[in-house]
Design a protein around this ligand. Structure first.
Ligand code: HEM
Length: 126
C-alpha cells in the first residue's frame, strides 16, 4: 500500500538536499532531479509545501515529463489535503434560467398579439 503523507509532513522537505513536491495528490521526491530539471531548481523549490498541480499543469509539461513522474513517486497526499473535485455542470444556474424565460416571454407575447391583430384586421378587411 502507498505511504500517505500530510501536507505538513511534505512541507518539511523543502531544501536543496531534501525536496518534495505534491502533484495531483501524489508526493514526489525531486531532490535528485533539482539540477536536471529543464525549468530550473528554483521553481521546484518554490513549489514545495503546497499542491503545485496548477503550476505543473500551466507549463503544459510534455508527455516525457509526465512519464518521469513515476521515478520520483514517494506516496500519496492525505485525502483531506487534496482539493475536492469540482462538479462541472452544464445546466444554467436557477437565476439565469429565470432570466431567459423572462426574455422569451417578453419577446413572444408581443409577437402573439401582433399575430392576432394581423389575423383580425385581414379578416375584417375582406
Ligand atoms: C517531478 C516533477 C516535474 C518533472 C518530472 C518536470 C519535468 C520537466 C521537463 C522534462 C521539462 C522540459 C519541457 C517538457 O518536456 O515539458 C520541464 C520544464 C519546465 N518545468 Fe518542470 N517538471 C516537474 C515539476 C515542475 C513544477 C512543479 C514546476 C513549476 C512549479 C515546473 C516548471 C517548469 C518550467 C517553468 C519549465 C520550463 C518550460 C519552458 O522552458 O518552456 N516543473 N519540466
Amino acid at each position: 500500500m502507498a505511504k500517505v503523507f500530510t501536507l505538513t509532513e511534505v512541507a518539511e522537505h523543502k531544501t536543496r538536499n531534501d525536496c518534495w513536491v505534491v502533484l495531483f495528490g501524489r508526493v514526489y521526491n525531486v531532490t535528485n532531479f533539482l539540477d536536471e530539471h529543464p525549468g530550473g531548481d528554483e521553481v521546484l523549490l518554490a513549489a514545495t509545501g503546497k499542491d503545485a498541480t496548477a503550476e505543473f499543469d500551466d507549463i503544459g509539461h510534455s508527455h516525457d515529463a509526465w512519464a518521469m513522474l513515476d521515478k520520483f513517486y514517494l506516496g500519496d497526499l492525505h485525502s483531506e489535503a487534496v482539493p475536492a473535485k469540482t462538479n462541472v455542470t452544464t445546466a444554467l444556474p436557477k437565476g439565469t434560467r429565470f432570466k431567459y424565460m423572462t426574455y422569451l416571454i417578453k419577446f413572444l407575447v408581443p409577437l402573439i398579439i401582433l399575430n392576432v391583430a394581423i389575423a383580425f384586421y385581414s379578416k375584417s378587411s375582406v
